[in-house]
Design a protein around this ligand. Structure first.
Ligand SMILES: Nc1nc(=O)c2c([nH]1)NC[C@@H]1CN(c3ccc(C(=O)N[C@@H](CCC(=O)O)C(=O)O)cc3)C=[N+]21
Length: 298
C-alpha cells in the first residue's frame, strides 16, 4: 500500500522562523526597527499557557521585542480594554495578540475590535477580515497562513484545484477558504450540516479539516492522492485504560491519520503539523505589521 508524504510542520516552521530572524536582523541593521509582539493571556488555562510561552520564546529567539501580559481570570472588561489601548499606543509594539478563548464574562468581540487593525497579528479584526475578502493587503490569521505555506510547498501552483474546507469558523474555516480562492482554487466550504459530507470531501484535491472533532475524517472520504491539511487540535483520553485512569490525554487531529495516510498523497500530522506553523506565522505577521507601520511596505 502507498503511504502519503508527510508534510513536516517542524521542518517548515523552523525554516520560516529562520527567514523571519534574518528579516528582523536586516530591519534592525538598516532601519533601526525591532518588531515587537505583545501577547495578552487572561486566566490560567493550561493549554493557553503552553501556547503563550511558545510564542514568547520563539519571538525572542527571532530577535524580536516580546512582552507577555498575564491578567487574572476575573479582570474587568474595562481593565482589559485599557491594556489593549495602551498597547495600541505603544510605539515599541507592532503586534498584539489576545489569547482566545477568554474566560466567561469577557466580551471577545469587543476586545478584538479594540485592537488597532494595523497591529492585529491574529487577523481577526473585522477590518482585516473585510480586507482579505476584498483582496486588499491585510493581516491574515496565522493558522490559515500556515496552511497555505504548507500547501504551496507541497503542490506549488494551486490554480484550478478543487479545495474543500470542512469548518466555517472565523479563526480558520472562512479565512482559509478566502486564501484558497485567492490562489485560484475552486472552493467548497462544508460543515456539520452539509449533506453527504463524505461525498463532498471525496471531490477534494485539497482537503482542509478544521471542525474540532477528533478523527472524524476517514479514509473513504479521501480522493486517492489528495493533499490533506489537518488543523484539528483535540485532546482525547488515552485508549490504554491505565493511562486514561491517570487522566493523561493525547493530541489528535480531525483526520483519522493512520488510515487516511494510506489513501492521501500528502498529509500533515498532529502534533507536528499546522500548529507549529501557527506560531511561526505569528512572528511573520509581526514583522509584516512592523514594516507596514514604518511605511516600508504597502
Ligand atoms: N488569539 C488566538 N490566536 C491563536 O492563534 C490561537 C488562540 N488565540 N487560541 C488557541 C489557538 C490554538 N493555537 C495553537 C497554537 C500552536 C499550537 C502548537 O504549537 N501545536 C503543537 C504542539 C501542541 C501541544 O503539544 O500541545 C503541534 O501541533 O505540534 C497549537 C495550537 C493557536 N490559537
Amino acid at each position: 500500500m502507498s503511504q502519503a508524504q508527510i508534510i513536516d510542520g517542524k521542518v517548515t516552521a523552523e525554516r520560516l522562523r529562520a527567514e523571519v530572524a534574518e528579516e528582523v536582523a536586516a530591519l534592525k541593521a538598516q532601519h533601526g526597527l525591532q518588531p515587537g509582539l505583545a501577547v495578552v493571556l487572561v486566566g490560567e488555562d493550561p493549554a493557553s499557557q503552553v501556547y503563550v510561552r511558545s510564542k514568547g520564546e520563539h519571538s525572542k529567539a527571532a530577535g524580536m521585542h516580546s512582552v507577555t501580559h498575564r491578567l487574572p481570570a476575573d479582570v474587568s472588561q474595562s481593565d482589559l480594554l485599557t491594556l489593549v489601548r495602551q498597547l495600541n499606543a505603544d510605539p515599541a509594539i507592532h503586534g498584539i495578540l489576545v489569547q482566545l478563548p477568554l474566560p466567561k464574562g469577557l466580551d471577545e468581540k469587543a476586545v478584538i475590535e479594540t485592537i488597532d487593525p494595523a497591529k492585529d497579528v491574529d487577523g481577526l479584526h473585522v477590518v482585516n477580515a473585510g480586507r482579505l475578502a476584498q483582496g486588499l493587503p491585510s493581516l491574515v490569521p496565522c493558522t490559515p497562513l500556515g496552511c497555505m505555506i504548507m500547501l504551496r510547498e507541497t503542490l506549488g501552483d494551486l490554480s484550478g484545484k478543487r479545495a474543500v474546507v470542512v469548518g466555517r469558523s472565523v479563526l480558520v474555516g472562512k479565512p482559509v477558504a478566502q486564501l484558497l480562492l485567492a490562489a485560484d482554487c475552486t472552493v467548497t466550504i462544508a460543515h456539520s450540516r452539509t449533506q453527504d459530507l463524505a461525498a463532498v470531501c471525496r471531490e477534494a484535491d485539497i482537503l482542509v479539516a478544521a471542525v474540532g472533532r477528533p478523527q472524524m475524517i476517514k479514509a473513504d472520504w479521501i480522493k486517492p492522492g489528495a493533499t490533506v491539511i489537518d488543523v484539528g487540535i483535540n485532546r482525547v483520553p488515552f485508549r490504554d485504560p491505565v493511562k486514561a485512569a491517570e487522566g493523561k490525554t493525547k493530541l489528535v487531529g480531525d483526520v483519522a491519520y493512520k488510515e487516511v495516510s494510506a489513501v492521501a498523497g500528502a498529509i500533515t500530522p498532529v502534533p507536528g503539523g499546522v500548529g507549529l506553523m501557527t506560531v511561526a506565522c505569528l512572528l511573520k505577521n509581526t514583522v509584516t505589521a512592523a514594516k507596514r507601520i514604518a511605511g516600508l511596505e504597502p
